[in-house]
Design a protein around this ligand. Structure first.
Ligand SMILES: Cc1ncc(COP(=O)(O)O)c(C=O)c1O
Length: 374
């Protein structure tokens, strides 16, 4: 069976490059090659220009794997498999871990590939609801009721897209224990790692717990480097990584040398880059908070604890897809209707951008809300 059409990507394909302002994205503000080479210090530019663009090792270059491993406590370079974005990491992991007839439990709402790839393999997907009344945090007691024979994997994503919700460290420990007890893989999509707004919400990566916990990371979200197409799988299970590598021989074989070179520099200066990206987002979040308060009765939200997206609820008597299409048409500003996540009364609003642009986008949204309000 082929994977179902990717609703989010189809929305982007329609509008992303036609609008003047994209407030639908989930990434940090984009980073330029010049910024990265400046971070790399003297010699980085020359090294980049002399880079040989031949094939590179299928596992990822040693330098990049070391730099990724530096973000984990218990994973060394040997526990890192570089991939072409987290997209390839998800595709390969699902194919390697799952067989037709298996069951997986996945948070809902969630990024579509985290369940659609499994469905295309003939896997049954059980949804684990994230509820606004629980601040979109998963309820592990509820998960226990969904577990049973045939459950091969539980898939989580924190910081969460689209709500920005976190999982507590205590709940994460419970998930790891359940994975051991029930014998399922804990697949933890952590692509928004490094973007938490309150220190108390910071979560260790699942792979650091060892056993059946696998982490997925990328350069796209926290560092604004979607164009590099660099992601990874981190795991303490050498057998799993071998199977991943064997499968990758049929997908992309290896990543691109230029992307790996630039990604390694950014990870080697990780804290500095993250600090500048999240500082911008924090300022935008304050602006958004005022905006939502101003629109009491029309909008409500659960403020995101992390990431670069909020998922406000729209109370107007208009369907959220036409509302979003209207905003694109009238103001050339893009938001993402919640329908792509199966949530018909919310939309995703990205705030990973320069403050002036964000304020401009909120002005457009204000005008549009006034236009469609009764
Ligand atoms: C939760 C999640 N996982 C994975 C991805 C894929 O990211 P990429 O392939 O750019 O690394 C995305 C992109 O939006 C995402 O939101």
């Amino acid at each position: 069976m082929k994977p179902a059409p990717f609703k989010l990507e189809q929305w982007f394909a329609r509008y992303e490059f036609a609008v003047r302002l994209n407030m639908a994205a989930s990434c940090a503000p984009a980073t330029t090659v010049a910024e990265i080479l400046a971070l790399g210090g003297p010699g980085a530019r020359e090294e980049y220009l002399r880079l040989n663009l031949d094939y590179i090792p299928s596992t990822g270059s040693e330098r990049l794997r070391e730099a990724v491993a530096g973000w984990y406590r218990r994973i060394g370079a040997g526990g890192v498999q570089v991939t072409t974005g987290a997209s390839e990491a998800i595709f390969i992991l699902m194919n390697v871990l799952l067989e037709p007839g298996d069951i997986i439990v996945v948070e809902d709402p969630v990024y579509q590939s985290l369940y659609a790839v499994a469905e295309s393999i003939g896997v049954r997907v059980k949804k684990w609801p994230l509820r606004p009344e629980n601040r979109f945090r998963p309820d592990v007691d509820e998960l226990e009721r969904l577990l049973g024979p045939g459950v091969r994997a539980v898939v989580v994503n924190h910081p969460h897209n689209p709500t920005g919700a976190m999982l507590s460290t205590e709940d994460q420990r419970r998930l790891v224990e359940l994975a051991d007890r029930f014998g399922f893989w804990l697949v933890s999509d952590e692509v928004y790692r490094g973007t938490v707004y309150d220190e108390r919400d910071v979560l260790p990566p699942a792979a650091d717990f060892g056993g059946r916990a696998v982490s997925i990371g990328d350069m796209t979200k926290p560092f604004g480097l979607g164009g590099l197409r660099i992601g990874w799988i981190a795991s303490g299970d050498a057998g799993l990584l071998r199977r991943v590598r064997d499968f990758r021989d049929y997908t992309t074989m290896c990543s691109n040398a230029a992307g790996e070179f630039l990604a390694a520099i950014v990870l080697e200066h990780r804290d500095k880059v993250l600090e500048s990206k999240t500082a911008l987002a924090r300022a935008n979040l304050r602006m958004l908070s005022k905006f939502i308060a101003e629109h009491d009765g029309v909008l409500s939200w659960v403020p995101p604890a992390a990431g670069f997206t909020a998922f406000p609820r729209l109370y107007l008597n208009v369907d959220v897809e036409s509302f979003s299409a209207g905003l694109a048409r009238e103001e050339s500003v893009l938001i993402l209707p919640g329908t792509v996540f199966g949530v018909p009364d919310r939309f995703r609003l990205g705030f990973g951008m320069a403050e002036r642009r964000f304020s401009d986008g909120l002005d457009a949204l204000r005008r549009h809300l006034a236009r469609v309000s009764p």
